[in-house]
Design a binder for this molecule. Structure first.
Ligand code: G3I
Length: 372
């Protein structure tokens, strides 16, 4: 009986949340003439198990990115085995809702199985063999969604913070032209797709310089690169909106599109790692690092809202060059920042709270759209 009642109560709450999502003004409408408003969606949302999340995605956003569904380890877990079950549902979701569909990602040093770089005996592959694997992967994945995924993050996070190229196995085995090759293969597989280089911390001048040099090199070699993705994993205290402005301006000047691809603003105490989104970083749990378990104080909530507003003013200034602004998750409950770089924290980086309700930051961003 009790279970039955709580099931009904649960269903009523979800229905109320869905109705409220549908009656809230939409970000995608407020910015319709400027850029897409995107969101990263997870497996529960792709498969319809998170109805409250889906109601927000459908009503607020007109572009989607997959948080994990298209990564190498998911779609190509073994040498002769592709698994497109979740990825197919992801693309179908975007098509059903007429969204701009992003593919994330083709080449990265994370979430790529170890077999990719080794032969059957466990020895490291040579350049030609790894290039053949890369081509097979890109042709198969991009080819499957040709004309249906509009934009691909072809290469993700290839740069170090000082602007040099990361010594990943891609780099070590193939050499620095693995980046050119990846773009070339992606273009061959779907000549109509927008091809993007995506990285974090491009607000840092040294790293940005590396990105600018990389884009110029590809352009000089006539390699098709259409856009640069600024991930924008921001904090409350850094970078400044002026630094974001400078980053967008520097990339825009190259004649490529710029996309804000993974936006969130971390309000939790920093653990002395500086601005990064390096997923290999892990820090020990400590209650001092997790101060808002019972809720976010109003003053911090307001700081978050003001900061989102300040960054959206910068984005609007660059509306001609920006193709989209994508948030890295729908609600705070779903954010990767609950588990990085410290596991099990209560994080508040997004626009909707743990009950799917819009936060002051949401209203602030809507407000910026109507300042014009
Ligand atoms: O799928 C397993 C599950 O089987 C297991 O029970 C569970 C236990 O930890 O882990 C699950 O895998 C997790 C995976 O997300 C799916 O939820 C991994 O541990 C976790 O590390 C992984 O995190 C993802 C992270 O990339 C790792 O690289 C985040 O969801 C994803 O949002 C994040 O996204 C990256 C972008 O791709 C690139 N830029 C940075 C951004 C944030 O880290």
């Amino acid at each position: 009986m009790y279970d039955h009642q709580s099931l009904i109560l649960g269903a009523v709450l979800v229905a109320a949340a869905i109705a409220s999502a549908q009656s809230t003004p939409a970000l995608k409408d407020a910015y319709r003439n400027d850029f897409y408003i995107g969101v990263a969606i997870n497996a529960a949302q792709i498969t319809g198990q998170d109805q409250r999340g889906d109601a927000l995605i459908e009503s607020q956003f007109d572009s989607i990115s997959p948080d994990n569904a298209l990564k190498w380890e998911k779609v190509h877990p073994q040498p002769d085995k592709y698994d497109f079950r979740l990825a197919d549902q992801y693309v179908a979701f975007g098509e059903e809702h007429h969204m701009f569909i992003v593919g994330h990602n083709l080449v990265w040093h994370e979430q790529v199985p170890a077999w990719v770089f080794h032969d059957a005996q466990g020895n490291l592959l040579g350049r030609d063999a790894l290039l053949a694997r890369l081509r097979d992967h890109i042709y198969t994945v991009v080819g499957r969604y040709k004309g249906r995924i509009q934009s691909w993050d072809v290469v993700n996070e290839a740069l170090n913070d000082d602007g040099t190229l990361r010594q990943s196995l891609w780099f070590k085995i193939i050499g620095e032209d693995y980046i050119e090759k990846a773009f070339q293969y992606a273009h061959e597989a779907d000549p109509g797709a927008q091809l993007t280089y995506n990285d974090y911390n491009l607000e840092n001048p040294a790293k940005r310089k590396g990105a600018v040099a990389l884009v110029k090199k590809l352009q000089a070699e006539e390699i098709p690169i259409d856009a640069v993705g600024i991930q924008a994993h921001l904090r409350l205290d850094s970078p400044t909106p002026e630094q974001e402005d400078a980053a967008i301006s520097a990339l825009e000047a190259l004649g490529v599109k710029v996309a804000i691809t993974e936006l969130d603003i971390d309000v939790l105490p920093s653990v002395g790692y500086g601005p990064t989104a390096d997923v290999s970083l892990h820090v020990r749990q400590d209650p001092k690092l997790n101060p808002y378990v019972k809720g976010l104080p109003d003053s911090v909530q307001q700081q978050l809202a003001d900061r989102y507003a300040a960054f959206f003013r910068v984005f609007l200034k660059h509306r001609g060059a920006l193709s989209r602004v994508t948030f890295w998750g729908v609600t705070d409950a779903q954010s990767w920042l609950n588990n990085w770089p410290v596991a099990g924290r209560t994080s508040y980086p997004l626009l909707f709270d743990r009950n799917g309700q819009p936060k002051p930051a949401f209203q602030a961003i809507l407000g910026v759209a109507s300042e014009r």
